[in-house]
Design a protein around this ligand. Structure first.
Ligand SMILES: C[S@@+](CC[C@H](N)C(=O)[O-])C[C@H]1O[C@@H](n2cnc3c(N)ncnc32)[C@H](O)[C@@H]1O
Length: 364
């Protein structure tokens, strides 16, 4: 491989020039030479030694110091890279051993080559899928398998979060690894409530998905005495049952009560015979959380503090109004709000945000 011999102090200058001109050999490192000189690896397209651009620095041939590709796209051939041009996907998401990538319309024809390049670069990935958008009542992703490391194109996979394995199927159910911080906070708030009540909690996660929030709550020592969890999506429900069984097997505690149902969250109050028994309620249906809230409030226990943690997508300008809005709902249901906080977790679109709300209240 050809290398440009340059004084050590000028290395950055020549590296920059070669990089911008596409003359740098990808995957090869800079050589350290005798006499404080450096050897910059040149690509085949770099001009010959006689070219004025090199300012009389010499070019020599040496075995390259290969580092191996640093980016999956380095496994694509140059012609394909040029054809894809600006539309090269610059991000992807990994769930367990599945990589999910959005491809622009004009890049879809290169999907297989892109997927093969990703498999070469990322040894922990088994299956690469194109994300063709959100579909159906349960807003799950329309995934198209592009390439697999083995013959296995199953979209079922396992994710490890805080040391606990969670099974999911990104083609059939919702799961967001990005919200793991929210789930950590769910645990701290639950511990605070347990301290206040001086006993383990009766919890309800009626939009549980595959149960990531329950993973930390149910594996915590002596935190939960009764658990009511469900999801309307039958595929989530099936995975949820298996996951909860797994979480419980990791915990030394015995639950007094466990119910897992494939029902609309708003039906839980009837399921529980209007018993007002829940201490800790999670409300995670961001497009409809606020609208569903009045039908969930009858679940909450009376005579002592209870906690709701929920997430909602709202208009950015309405954030300041949400605390008043939720307080009114709780008061209308006969509750007294002790504490409420609505905060932006992240942006959702130019006009909307993803908000968390947390309220502590009592019902008499
Ligand atoms: C945003 S996801 C949250 C899932 C889970 N809590 C998590 O954090 O990954 C909302 C979940 O609610 C479920 N769902 C949608 N409508 C529902 C309803 N009316 N009642 C119960 N679950 C519902 C969806 O299938 C989905 O799994």
């Amino acid at each position: 491989m050809r290398h440009l011999r340059v004084p050590s102090a000028e290395t950055q200058h020549w590296l920059e020039l070669c990089r911008t001109q596409n003359w740098l050999q990808k995957g090869a490192g800079v050589l350290s030479l005798e006499g404080g000189l450096k050897g910059i690896p040149l690509s085949e397209t770099a001009p010959p030694e006689s070219d004025e651009c090199w300012s009389n620095n010499s070019i020599f041939s040496a075995q390259g110091l290969t580092k191996g590709p640093e980016h999956w796209s380095e496994h694509l051939d140059q012609k394909l890279l040029q054809d894809i041009g600006e539309e090269l996907p610059n991000s992807y998401e990994i769930q367990g051993d599945i990589l999910i990538v959005k491809l622009e319309q004009q890049t879809r024809q290169y999907g297989n080559q892109i997927a093969e390049a990703m498999l070469k670069q990322l040894p922990s990935v088994r299956l690469v899928c194109a994300d063709n958008g959100v579909i159906g009542e349960f807003r799950v992703r329309d995934l198209e398998p592009l390439a697999s490391r083995n013959e296995d194109i199953s979209t079922i996979t396992q994710i490890k979060e805080n040391g606990v394995l969670i099974s999911t199927d990104p083609a059939k159910v919702y799961f967001s690894a990005r919200l793991s911080k929210e789930r950590e906070d769910n645990l701290s708030v639950a511990k605070k409530l347990r301290k206040q009540l001086s006993r383990p909690l009766r919890i309800c996660d009626p939009y549980a998905g595959v149960g990531p929030s329950l993973a930390s709550l149910l594996t915590e020592d002596n935190l939960v005495s009764e658990c009511y969890a469900g999801d309307l999506n039958p595929a989530s429900f099936e995975l949820l049952k298996g996951n909860i069984e797994h979480f419980i097997s990791k915990s030394p505690n015995i639950l007094n009560e466990l119910e897992i149902k494939n029902i609309d969250a708003r039906k839980w109050k009837d399921e529980l015979g209007n018993e007002h028994k829940i201490d800790y309620l999670l409300v995670n249906l961001p497009h409809h959380s606020i609208e569903h809230l009045p039908e969930l409030l009858p679940l909450l226990s009376t005579e002592h503090s209870t906690v709701i943690r929920g997430w909602a997508i709202i208009d950015r300008e309405s954030l300041a109004l949400q605390e008043g809005n939720i307080t009114s709902m709780i008061e209308l249901a006969g509750g007294n709000v002790e504490y409420i906080r609505c905060s932006e977790v992240k942006g959702f679109s130019s006009s909307k945000i993803f908000m968390r709300f947390e309220s502590w209240q009592t019902f008499s």
